[in-house]
Design a protein around this ligand. Structure first.
Ligand code: SF4
Length: 349
């Protein structure tokens, strides 16, 4: 399957594969599964992901090629699902059913790439997915909790996430399975303010999520968000000299802070988060309670509590202002080799 009609602004699949979904036939996919089964050395009977970046767009499209050819919308699903979009997932459901009945196939999983705003349009599909094709965890990508960054990403609001979560839990219970959703989020996307990341961190804490791997937005070729990042304007709307600027998290410090909000539970991030909360006038979120985001102190045995700044860099460490060069205010910029170079020599002798 190629293409995507989602049009998320940080992604360029729509731009380089097209908005019209080109789907392989069911027979072709089944043949490939049979070849994997028969030819892959050590095949255990599990297909780890029968999907792709747009798993449940298989055979979905605009109801008419002619309407599609004249349509100028950037996305078929944002800000709302277009009334001309066919959202019946029966082709995908049929493929799943046929694939899991193949001899020698024990499990067919859908690991990622699910558009949950589309999936909720077809509860029968969600039931099929949850009952037979989730391996305990299903990754989905709300990308954020706040409307401002979501509108710049061209992603649906959190109400759709909650609708999908309800269906997911209902069908998991009915199947007698303990399964979990793993939501993914993006830090530092254009249009994201520090307050948005703080609200996301509070949402994560309230919902008991402690993200392990997190991603920060990086401007990449052909993505709409890249134009936002560089122009500081919103190309999703008409751009003129009166257009308001989009908040762009730029610079190492702000990008690190946005990432730190996603990993609010990591003690390494607590000093930075405490400082940010004080600066944002949110010092009441520092404490030991459930409603607090970070505690006021570092854990007693944590590395950061023991670290002595005077120890200097370890041998072989590249010297920067974080690892040994004197601060710029003390002349570090004018004489970068001075004190630090001396330190290096002393270590060698
Ligand atoms: S008319 Fe609707 S479904 Fe068709 S291409 Fe445009 S946005 Fe997509």
């Amino acid at each position: 399957m190629r293409g995507c009609f989602g049009g998320c602004s940080f992604c360029s699949i729509t731009e380089h594969e097209g908005r019209w979904i080109q789907s392989r036939s069911e027979d072709s996919v089944i043949r490939e599964i049979e070849q994997i089964r028969d030819k892959a050395p050590g095949f255990t009977g599990t297909i780890s992901d029968l999907g792709g970046p747009t798993a449940n767009m298989y055979h979905l499209n605009c109801k008419s090629e002619e309407i599609h050819a004249h349509c100028r919308r950037l996305s078929c699903v944002f800000p709302t699902i277009c009334k001309n979009l066919l959202t019946d997932h029966s082709a995908t459901t049929s493929l799943y059913r046929r694939a899991r009945q193949l001899p020698g196939i024990k499990r067919i999983l859908i690991a990622s790439g699910l558009r949950y705003d589309l999936a909720v349009q077809d509860p029968e599909y969600v039931k099929e997915l949850v009952t037979h094709h989730v391996g305990g965890y299903l990754k989905i990508a709300p990308e954020h909790s706040e409307d401002a960054p979501l509108s710049k990403m061209m992603k649906p609001g959190m109400s759709t996430y909650h609708r999908f979560k309800e269906l997911f839990e209902k069908f998991s219970r009915a199947a007698g399975k303990e399964q979990y959703l793993i939501p993914y989020f993006i830090a530092a996307h254009p249009g994201t303010r520090d307050e948005d990341m703080l609200n996301l961190a509070l949402w994560l804490k309230q919902n008991g999520f402690r993200p392990d791997q997190v991603q920060a937005f990086y401007p990449s070729p052909m993505a709409m968000a890249t134009a936002m990042y560089h122009s500081e304007r919103d190309p999703l709307h008409r751009v003129g000299y009166k257009s308001t600027k989009v908040a762009i998290p730029k610079g190492t410090r702000q990008r690190r802070l946005h990432k730190a909000f996603l990993r609010y539970h990591d003690p390494n991030n607590w000093p930075m988060l405490r400082e940010a909360l004080v600066n944002m006038g949110k010092a009441h979120l520092i404490g030991y309670g459930k409603k607090h985001l970070v505690p006021p102190t570092q854990p007693a045995n944590h590395e950061s509590s023991r670290r002595t700044p005077a120890r200097g860099p370890r041998p072989g460490t590249a010297l920067t202002q974080h690892t040994g060069l004197p601060p710029r205010s003390q002349g570090g910029e004018r004489n970068p080799r001075g004190k630090a170079a001396g330190l290096k020599k002393k270590r060698r002798s």
